[in-house]
Design a protein around this ligand. Structure first.
Ligand SMILES: [Zn+2]
Length: 356
């Protein structure tokens, strides 16, 4: 008997999963997908380690899923691609026997029509099917003032909670560059959130629904850089948790559910500490992109003489090479390396066998 239901989790099931993670000291990998190869790879790895997993799409990933040639001036392709990816996950997750959290990644105020479109679609979908497509969405309004950020998040959480969707918010700024958003030159003080800011958001959102999580900046960055360039202050998470416990007079309860962005390249010690302080989700993109790249690169290196021409290889000048240049071969090589790398992340996050 498995602990969680296979398929896409939402509403109370999502909150139960995060509560279980916090209680048992593990976090779930939130892995960015850009097509069926990455979606299937993510779920395949989760099936291997018998744990739930988070499949997430950025607006760029959604656009790519729908097709790069499509116009996207009002985020119509980003929304369509995300809906398409979600339908795919709903169709196959149960077959893999994997509980899946479906999520969308960073959305700034400038792109919020993307989330509006997804919510419009899901409100109609919910009316018909009694469930949403996505488990949760993220709003990253960290460029706005704290009051404006949380104020808009309150409105969206109100709307989302009516259709069993959770919200992830961002406080402070994750450094580095991802998906065309460049935060590599922002003021260093913005990279570290203050515990009182975390509590301010926690207090406001709690009044609407408990189904939310907070990506608080603690010096984390998107991308992988040379060691020494990144100064993580995991203590910010601990201090925020203590601060919230004091305000709520609830010592030792870790009331805040934290999300760790820019997890790629982090040390196992920092990951373990962040989990101890209440991180229940760690985002992974850069390291997974690298793994997929390595799989494809190694395939081409190994079969260089079999993919250079349609006919003729070292075993015979007239032999056809169709079975070597079939795109499934190189995509599968990418998937296999991706799956192997993700299994390592599940282990780093203490997330092995969590659905048993
Ligand atoms: Zn992020």
């Amino acid at each position: 008997m498995s602990k969680f239901r296979s398929g896409v989790l939402y509403g109370q099931e999502l909150m139960d999963l995060y509560a279980d993670a916090k209680q048992n000291g593990y976090a779930l990998p939130g892995v960015n997908a850009v097509g069926t190869s990455s979606v299937n790879g993510i779920i395949e790895a989760a099936a291997k380690v018998q744990s739930p997993v988070i499949v997430q799409l950025s607006f760029g990933g959604g656009h790519f899923y729908a097709g790069k040639s499509l116009k996207n001036d009002t985020m119509q392709a980003s929304a369509a691609g995300c809906i398409s990816a979600a339908m795919h996950v709903h169709q196959v997750a149960e077959m893999y026997g994997v509980p899946v959290v479906l999520h969308t990644d960073h959305c700034s105020l400038e792109n919020i029509v993307w989330i509006d479109r997804l919510l419009d679609f899901q409100e109609a979908y919910y009316a018909k099917h009694g469930k949403p497509l996505f488990s949760s969405h993220m709003l990253d309004l960290s460029e706005e003032t704290l009051e404006k950020n949380v104020g808009i998040c309150e409105k969206y959480l109100t709307r989302m909670s009516k259709i069993d969707i959770g919200l992830e918010i961002e406080l402070g700024i994750t450094g580095g560059e991802e998906d065309g958003v460049d935060n590599s030159k922002v003021d260093a003080s913005k990279l570290y959130t203050h515990p009182s800011e975390v509590y301010y958001a926690f207090d406001k959102l709690s009044k609407i629904s408990p189904n939310f999580s907070i990506a608080a900046a603690f010096g984390n960055v998107h991308g992988v850089y040379r060691p020494g360039n990144v100064k993580l202050s995991v203590e910010i998470l601990e201090n925020s948790q203590r601060y919230a416990e004091e305000q709520l007079d609830a010592a030792g309860t870790k009331p805040v559910s934290f999300v760790f962005h820019g997890g790629s390249g982090s040390s196992p010690e920092d990951i373990a500490k962040s989990i101890e302080y209440g991180v229940i989700k760690m985002n992974l993109d850069t390291d997974m992109q690298w793994a997929f790249n390595c799989g494809v690169r190694d395939y081409y290196q190994e079969y260089r003489d079999y993919v250079a021409e349609q006919i003729g290889n070292p075993e015979g000048a007239d032999l056809p090479n169709k079975k070597y240049y079939d795109p499934r071969k190189l995509l599968r090589a990418g998937e296999a390396a991706f799956v192997e790398r993700l299994e390592q992340s599940f282990a780093d996050l203490n997330c092995i066998g969590r659905n048993k």
